[in-house]
Design a binder for this molecule. Structure first.
Ligand code: PLP
Length: 380
């Protein structure tokens, strides 16, 4: 018998969930592939069920494929891209380590903030938003700062710029430092060769180029990075993201660490399966082809792009907002009248650009056609 009385003021009486269907052409999330959503509806099994453990192995193998790496420690972190980002920093940073971050957009600053919280001696090199670092600039910075880790954002979602990585890993070996790369807006849509480029730590997300809902985020560490982690003098300062513990769940031991978000892993497995079926190189080419179609259409509307063509991302385009227009009002109209989400500018580019994503399942000519038609009407 209850002795206390129930407070019913928060007892909402709601209708069943109803959310509008949108075409998500902003900086992410993108629409998940219908087959991925279907896989996600599969009833959950236990996180130590042999069927689930087999699925985890498949995810690990397919993540190695899409990233082109043989790193044994390649897993999906439970959480969004930021969790996987924090996992890279947390596992290899010890108090006092010099961490050099290339900041040419919003997410470089997030890395700076994070590394500082783990006690790193953070140094930065900067570039105007929309530009990228040249190899000789990185060499000079490594000579000056002698970092333990160099962190770069391969696909700056805030600017639409692609940081080339060829040759950077060799430089890092020369200066005996680890190379950490953000591939949140590149994985699945932009060519990545982690091993060939000697990348030591990388992370991504599920909700962009992989065409999956958010919540299970790719993470990988090279044997060099694992060695640094194993030689730590201090414990990893984040229990949930500690790879010395998590690798025992994803590896041979299968030791319980936390309850995996089972259904998100079903979704991720299906998303990766679809990419393997298509072939990663075809997936990259599809993204490039569709974005070029978009650029052409935008130019026909009299619009210009913020980033120089050579460094533009195939997954995310920053479009300059014409003088005198309120970008927010236009984006709102595109959303409310055409059911299409596009993003506004972040940080330095707030009010200056729209951000248009063509990622994963959404990288199709039909998405481009729908957006161009909507913009044609709204800008008329
Ligand atoms: N890094 C980059 C380049 C991103 O674009 C994002 C998100 O858009 C993140 C990190 C953080 O990922 P999430 O929002 O999934 O936590």
């Amino acid at each position: 018998m209850l002795t206390s009385s129930i407070n019913n003021t928060t007892r909402l009486q709601l209708a069943p969930l109803k959310i509008p269907t949108r075409l998500l052409l902003g900086p992410g999330p993108s629409n998940a592939h219908p087959a991925v959503l279907q896989a996600m509806n599969t009833p959950p099994v236990g996180h130590l069920d042999p069927a689930f453990l087999g699925l985890m192995d498949e995810i690990q193998t397919l993540l190695r494929y899409v990233w082109q790496t043989e790193n044994p420690l390649t897993i999906a972190v439970s959480g969004t891209g930021t969790a996987a980002m924090e996992a890279t920093i947390a596992n290899v940073t010890e108090p006092g380590d010099v961490v050099l971050v290339g900041v040419n957009g919003y997410f470089g600053n997030r890395l700076v903030d994070m590394a500082g919280r783990y006690g790193a001696d953070v140094r930065t090199i900067t570039k105007p938003w929309g530009q990228v670092f040249a190899l000789d600039e990185l060499r000079t910075a490594l000579e000056t700062h002698r970092p333990a880790i160099l962190a770069l954002v391969n696909a700056e979602t805030s600017t639409g710029a692609r940081q080339p990585l060829e040759g950077v890993g060799d430089l890092c070996r020369e200066f005996d430092c680890l190379l950490l790369v953000d591939t949140v807006t590149s994985l699945g849509g932009v060519p990545l060769f982690l091993d060939e480029w000697k990348v030591d730590l990388a992370y991504s997300c599920s909700q962009k180029g992989l065409g999956c809902p958010p919540g299970a985020s790719p993470f990988t560490m090279s044997p060099r990075a694992v060695e640094k982690m194993q030689q730590r003098r201090t414990k990893v300062a984040n229990w949930y993201l500690d790879m010395t513990l998590l690798s025992k769940y994803w590896g041979q031991e299968r030791t319980y660490h936390h309850t995996a978000p089972i259904n998100l892993y079903y979704a991720l497995r299906e998303a990766l399966r679809l990419i393997a079926e298509e072939g990663i190189e075809n997936c990259w080419m599809r993204h490039q082809k569709n974005v070029e179609y978009l650029w052409e259409g935008l130019e026909d509307l009299g619009l210009t792009m913020h980033v120089e063509r050579e460094f533009r991302l195939p997954t995310l385009t920053t479009v300059c907002i014409p003088e005198g227009l309120d970008g927010k009002v236009i984006a709102r109209q595109v959303l409310m009248e055409h059911n299409i989400e596009i993003g506004g500018g972040l940080g330095e580019l707030a009010g200056k650009v729209w951000r248009v994503g063509l990622m994963g399942f959404n990288s199709r000519p039909e998405s481009v056609d729908r957006l161009l038609e909507a913009l044609r009407q709204v800008l008329a």
